[in-house]
Design a protein around this ligand. Structure first.
Ligand SMILES: NC(=O)c1ccc[n+]([C@@H]2O[C@H](COP(=O)([O-])OP(=O)(O)OC[C@H]3O[C@@H](n4cnc5c(N)ncnc54)[C@H](OP(=O)(O)O)[C@@H]3O)[C@@H](O)[C@H]2O)c1
Length: 326
């Protein structure tokens, strides 16, 4: 099969088109003829040598796919050959064929293209777990999401709004802020011009945000504690500005904050299956009505994976960057 491999750790040019043996579906697995694969920031980290696949997982990058079921492994009961599915995979997505456990796959929502469907799994699984399960966001609460125009951010804005929360977000340009507000954010803060702590306080009448989804880290850690409400929950999903920081921890104690975080990729198939089942029940009906849909930035052909990574690292994108296969 055609696939993109990481020749050696380095810049996007180390991504090269290659031929690999076709994978075979194991028990409970689907073999999917991939039509589209999502590009996510963790793929860039893997390419740079900083995010190795979990043991036993393909070295081919790619965490989410959509396509048609080509074959099924022993015991598969939820899908059949020819079904259109999207799925969360721990690796191997940048390829013409990819295996996914049936419990980590979902039917392509009605009316969605396969590219749109492939743009769902990584950010929706991540946001569902971190904002709703871990952060416990409730309908009458305020979510502050950093990086609002990112794949993760655009998903968090839409999901939090769909479930009745107020959403404040940060982004690095007026265009990105405009896109976030058009998507439903109640307030987008250009962090290059304004202090998000002050604006969050202003917008929430001094109360602060009950849940903060943060991918930035660094000096945001201390500032998040300031922007959080009493009993607030700060959920860390990455550290784009560094994972070492000086912070005033007295706020944790005085406001009774919870500071937590998680990474999705190494979690078990059963854990991801539970998220898939909640998404099917709570979020798939919103896709079917097209109340929400992934925000699509650029589609690249598979062989231009290096250009797709460059686009992500230049940071001008809004929403999802995808690799499409013929
Ligand atoms: N823990 C997990 O399970 C999990 C799962 C998936 C993704 N993630 C993480 O979530 C983050 C977002 O992923 P994504 O795929 O949505 O990526 P993405 O679209 O590239 O988003 C990165 C965003 O962060 C903002 N940003 C702020 N400070 C930055 C900095 N110093 N360097 C680069 N960007 C910076 C960027 O825009 P502006 O600065 O212009 O606003 C951009 O919107 C990534 O860090 C990824 O590793 C974690």
């Amino acid at each position: 099969m055609r696939a993109i491999e990481i020749r050696e750790p380095g810049n996007p040019d180390v991504l090269q088109l290659t031929e690999r043996p076709d994978p075979a579906p194991g028990p409970g697995e689907l073999l999917v003829a991939v039509k589209s694969a999502g590009v996510n920031r963790p793929d860039c980290l893997q390419r740079q040598g900083g995010y190795a696949p979990p043991p036993g997982v393909s070295d081919i990058p790619g965490l989410e796919i959509a396509g048609l079921v080509e074959a099924v492994g022993e015991g598969v009961s939820s899908f059949a050959i020819g079904d259109a599915v999207c799925g969360l995979v721990p690796g191997g997505g940048y390829a013409a064929l990819c295996t996914v456990h049936e419990s980590n796959a979902l039917a392509v929502p009605g009316g969605f293209s396969l590219s749109e469907a492939a743009a769902i799994p990584e950010t929706y699984f991540t946001v569902w777990h971190n904002v709703f399960q871990r952060g416990g966001l409730k309908p009458d609460e305020t979510l502050l999401v950093h990086g609002g125009s990112s794949g993760i951010g655009t998903t968090a804005i839409q999901l939090a709004k769909a479930f009745g929360a107020t959403v404040i977000t940060t982004a690095g340009s007026p265009e990105k802020c405009k896109a976030c507000e058009e998507l439903g954010a109640d307030k987008a803060i250009n962090y290059r011009e304004e202090d998000f702590v002050e604006v969050v306080k202003e917008v929430t009448d001094g109360e602060g945000a009950q849940v903060i989804l943060d991918m930035v880290g660094g000096d945001y850690i201390s500032r998040n504690y300031k922007a959080a409400s009493v009993e607030g929950r700060v959920v860390q999903i990455a550290f784009l500005n560094g994972n070492l920081a000086e912070a005033d921890f007295s706020r944790l104690m005085l406001k009774r904050l919870v500071h937590t975080g998680s990474t999705l990729r190494p979690r078990s198939i059963a854990f991801k299956a539970e998220i898939a089942s909640q998404l099917k029940q709570k979020v798939w009906p919103l896709f079917e009505k097209r109340t929400i849909a992934p925000v699509m930035d650029t589609l690249f052909p598979l062989e231009r994976a290096a250009a797709a990574h460059r686009r992500m690292e230049e940071g001008q994108h809004i929403g999802k960057i995808m690799l499409d296969l013929e």
